[in-house]
Write a protein that binds this ligand. Structure first.
Ligand code: F0G
Length: 458
C-alpha cells in the first residue's frame, strides 16, 4: 500500500522555535536589509531555504558521539574513527580533514593549478571555480546539452559531455590538471550524474593519465537517483553505489556540511601518496596537524556517524521524495521550475514567472523578495545578481538563466512546513503580474550577491 503523506523517518526530541512575523513587519525588515535576504537576521525568517549547507539537524547518535570527542592534538581516537569512516566509504588511503569543502579545494586545486593549467567539470561550483581561478588556472564547464532544457525529463542532467571532454583532452593534453565530477551537480540544478557517465569519464582519464576528482558533497543523494533511474543498479545499496563511484575516481573532495549531516567540516581524500604528501604540507600550514586539520575531535565524531546515517534507505527515500513533493506541487500550481527536480533543492525559473521584468531589473531578486514578504521564506537568486557581469561601457551582461533556489535543509522541516511554502507560492502567483524589478544601488567587486544593496523600481 502506498500512502501519500511523506512521514519524516524520525521523531522530534529537541525543538528550535521559529519566530512568526506579519507581512507589515517583513516589509520593513526587507527594506532595512536593502532587499537582500543575506542581510536579514535569521530571527526575521520563518522558513530558511537559503542553503542546505551546514543547516542539517543532527541525530541523537551524532550528539552522543560528540561526547566522545578526543581533543588531543595528535593521534586522537576521534581521528581514527573519522579516518575509518571516510576510508571505508571512499576506499582512499590518504585522508586530510579540513574545516569545510573550500579549504580542501584551496589545498588541492592550489597545488595542482597555476597559470596555463585547465580544470574540466560538469559545472564548477562557485568556490571551486574561485579557487581554481585564484591559482591562475582556467575552469571549463561541460554539462550535457540536455541539462540546459528545463522541461525535458532526461534522467541524468548532471552528466559531463563526453564528446566535449574528448575534444578538450585532445586540445589541452597534459595541461589538464584534473577532471572534476560534481555529484549532484549543484550549479546545474542539483541534477545527478549516472554511473555510466562516471565510468566513461574515468576511462578517458585513465587512458590519458589525467586525475579524476569526485566533488562528493551530495554523493548519497546522487546514489538515490542512480538506484532508481539506472537499471543495472536497482539491486545495489545506496552505499555500494557511492563506493563504486569513488572506486572510479583518483580522489575526492567533500563539504561534509551536506551529506555528512553536520554543521561544519570537510575532507580531501586521495589514492596517491605523492599527491597526499604535497597536500599534507599545505594542510599543516593552513588548517592544522594531519590528524585533525581544520576540525575538533567532536566534529570528526559527528561526521563519522553522519556518513553512515545518510545512506539509510528510509532517510534517503524521505529526503528525495520531500524535495520532489515541493517541486511537483508548485509546478502543478503553475510555477515554472527546473525539471526533473534535483536532490537538495527546487529551482524556479523567475524569468518565466515574471516576463514583465527585464533581466537587468533582476526578476530572480524580485521573486526572492516576494517570497520573503509574503511568507517569510528566505531563498537565493541564482541569476544575473549572482553571475551578471558588466561590459566596458557598464552594460549588464546577464547570466544565462534567472533562477531562484529553494534549498532544503536536511531533517529540519516537516511536511507541514513544506505545505506552507506551497501555499505562499499560490499567493505569490496571484500577484505575479503586478511585481516590479529592482536596481542595484551599492555592490562590492566580487561575489556581489552576498552584500549588494537594492531599491525597488516604481
Ligand atoms: N562543492 C559544491 C558542489 C558545493 O555545493 C559547495 C558548497 C562546495 C563545494 C563548498 O563547500 O561551503 O563547505 O566550503 N555549497 C553551498 C551551497 C555553500 O549553498 O550550495 P563549503
Amino acid at each position: 500500500m502506498a500512502f501519500k503523506t511523506i512521514i519524516e523517518p524520525f521523531r522530534i526530541k529537541t525543538v528550535e522555535p521559529i519566530k512568526m512575523s506579519s507581512v507589515a513587519e517583513r516589509k520593513n525588515y526587507i527594506k532595512n536589509a536593502h532587499y537582500n535576504p543575506f542581510l536579514l537576521k535569521s530571527s526575521q525568517v520563518i522558513i530558511d531555504m537559503l542553503t542546505d549547507s551546514g543547516t542539517s539537524a543532527m541525530s541523537q547518535n551524532q550528539w552522543a558521539a560528540m561526547m566522545q570527542g578526543d581533543e588531543s592534538y595528535a593521534g586522537a581516537a576521534s581521528w581514527e574513527r573519522f579516518y575509518d569512516a571516510v576510508n571505508d566509504l571512499t576506499g582512499f588511503e590518504f585522508v586530510l580533514p579540513t574545516h569545510q569543502g573550500r579549504a580542501a579545494e584551496r589545498i588541492l586545486y592550489g597545488y595542482l593549478g597555476g597559470k596555463g593549467k585547465i580544470f574540466i567539470s560538469n559545472t564548477h561550483f562557485d568556490t571551486t571555480r574561485a579557487n581554481i581561478e585564484f591559482s591562475g588556472a582556467t575552469a571549463i564547464d561541460i554539462p550535457v546539452k540536455e541539462g540546459k532544457d528545463f522541461d525535458s525529463d532526461y534522467p541524468f542532467k548532471g552528466n559531463l559531455d563526453i564528446t566535449l571532454l574528448q575534444q578538450l583532452i585532445k586540445k589541452h593534453g597534459k595541461n589538464i590538471a584534473a577532471v572534476i565530477v560534481t555529484v549532484t551537480n549543484n550549479s546545474g540544478g542539483g541534477q545527478p550524474v549516472s554511473m555510466e557517465n562516471m565510468k566513461a569519464v574515468s576511462a578517458l582519464c585513465k587512458k590519458n593519465k589525467l586525475l579524476c576528482i569526485l566533488d562528493c558533497c551530495r554523493v548519497a543523494e546522487n546514489a538515490y537517483f542512480i538506484k532508481h533511474r539506472e537499471k543495472a543498479y536497482a539491486n545495489h545499496s545506496y552505499r555500494q553505489i557511492a563506493q563504486q563511484m569513488f572506486a572510479l575516481a583518483d580522489g575526492a573532495i567533500m563539504s561534509a556540511k551536506k551529506d555528512a549531516l553536520v554543521n561544519m567540516g570537510g575532507f580531501l581524500a586521495v589514492a596517491d601518496k605523492k599527491l597526499a604528501d604535497a597536500c599534507m604540507n599545505l594542510l599543516i600550514i593552513t588548517e592544522g596537524f594531519s590528524t585533525y586539520g581544520g576540525l575538533s575531535g567532536r566534529d570528526m565524531e559527528a561526521i563519522a556517524v553522519g556518513l553512515k546515517e545518510v545512506f539509510d534507505d528510509d532517510y534517503l527515500n524521505y529526503r528525495i521524495k520531500s524535495t520532489a513533493y515541493l517541486g511537483d506541487r508548485i509546478k502543478q500550481h503553475g510555477v515554472p521550475i527546473l525539471y526533473p527536480i534535483g536532490g537538495h533543492a527546487v529551482y524556479v525559473d523567475a524569468k518565466k514567472l515574471y516576463p514583465q521584468i527585464p533581466v537587468h531589473e533582476y526578476p530572480g531578486q524580485a521573486l526572492v523578495c516576494e517570497l520573503y514578504t509574503t511568507g517569510g521564506i528566505r531563498c537565493v537568486e541564482i541569476g544575473s545578481v549572482m553571475f551578471g557581469k558588466y561590459n566596458k561601457s557598464g552594460k549588464l551582461i546577464p547570466a544565462p538563466q534567472e533562477l531562484v533556489r529553494l534549498a532544503i535543509p536536511r531533517r529540519v522541516y516537516t511536511q507541514s512546513h513544506i505545505d506552507y511554502v506551497i501555499e505562499v507560492f499560490d499567493e505569490v502567483l496571484k500577484n505575479s503580474k503586478k511585481v516590479k524589478g529592482l536596481k542595484i544601488t551599492k555592490e562590492p567587486q566580487f561575489l556581489r550577491h552576498f552584500t549588494a544593496h537594492f531599491e525597488r523600481l516604481k
